[in-house]
Design a protein around this ligand. Structure first.
Ligand code: C5J
Length: 220
């Protein structure tokens, strides 16, 4: 069995049962005028990880392993957007409002799209999710079950919100989870560091963390 060098100990790779899950690498989180920026965040932190996310995606494709993309987004009629979510955060633009890249976080709008450098290719699964976690109100659990996936490598944004929420639920659902450290980012460096630390604490209580280079070398 191949092992990926990881923290707190080596990750026991099952090459026939692993998938990459790329969380929410959308223009709305990475570009000025989007949702992330409307909350007062420095979005340049997110664009800086694009080359590492791209390397990871291309490595999985080259290895013939599944790549799954998620997008945080809502229906145009906002029927899947609870008031508790829309009204939170006091942003200058709320979810559903018309911004410079179209309606914020609404399916089909330009700003909601995945960054072009990281765009899904034919055959890759794209999960549209109304929550922070990728299992809530989506078909992700069924898709993974149908494909016999038991291990998930995570990349994307933001580390402590949508990535961590998804990873924690995946862990509860019995998946072995590995976070690619250079391929995830937060608007708050201290939140990224804390998330990485808490994931791998207590003997990998939520999962493992590893460097992109080590993941790529082991899968290929
Ligand atoms: C947030 C996300 N932070 N994708 N979404 O609202 O992490």
């Amino acid at each position: 069995m191949r092992e990926i060098p990881a923290q707190p100990f080596a990750f026991p790779l099952q090459r026939d049962a692993v998938a990459l899950v790329v969380i929410d690498m959308q223009r709305d989180f990475a570009e000025p005028g989007g949702f992330g920026a409307s909350l007062g965040n420095d979005v340049s932190r997110i664009t800086r990880i694009v080359p590492d996310v791209k390397r990871l995606i291309e490595g999985f494709r080259k290895a013939g392993l599944p790549v799954i993309h998620t997008m945080e987004c809502h229906r145009p009629d906002l029927s899947d957007l609870p008031a508790a979510k829309r009204n939170r955060g006091n942003p200058t633009l709320r979810i559903g409002d018309e911004g410079p890249m179209g309606r914020i976080l609404i399916v089909g709008e330009p700003g909601t799209a995945i960054l072009p450098e990281l765009a899904p290719i034919d055959g890759e699964t794209v999960i549209e999710k109304p929550g922070k976690g990728a299992f809530y109100a989506t078909e992700l659990g069924d898709i993974l079950g149908d494909r016999g996936i038991r291990q998930l490598v995570f990349a994307g944004v933001t580390t402590e919100v949508c990535v961590q929420t998804t990873m924690r639920e995946a862990n509860d659902r019995g998946y072995e989870c590995l976070l690619a450290e250079e391929a995830t980012e937060s608007y708050f460096p201290e939140f990224k560091a804390a998330t990485i630390a808490m994931i791998r604490a207590q003997g990998a209580i939520v999962g493992w963390t590893a460097h992109v280079d080590d993941i790529l070398e082991t899968i290929n």
